[in-house]
Design a protein around this ligand. Sequence first.
Ligand SMILES: [Cu+2]
Length: 139
Amino acid sequence: MRRRALLATLGTVGTAGMTGCLMAISDAGEPYDIGMSANAFEPYRLEVSPGTEVVWSNDGSRAHTVTAYEGALPDGATFFATGDYETETEAREAWHDHRGGNIYAGERYSHVFEEPGRYPYFCVPHEPGGMLGEILVRN
Ligand SMILES: [Cu+2]
């Protein structure tokens, strides 16, 4: 069963109670869960229930990746990365070789999160600048 994350989007601290009101809309008019600005995933943290499809949209102008920290994923979790690489090492190497895994302005990526736990991820080119995020999957 797949559920969309849209109504589970968490706001920043201080906007608790507005859950669901912060959903973003892309230029194309399609809703998504996590946007990408020049150097950040917004929101940084998103909490969803198991089986939720999370949608990222590159609503900035720079190319980015969404790449999981493989060693930090919950037991039994599936690795995820733009470009559909199977390991973090492969994703990093592909980006450095030929910008593999980049998603460009206006493009999207999605992944279905099944196992409960914390899923930290990053953008390969902007990791040094702190472009990090995390998905929290909770029952
Ligand atoms: Cu980036």
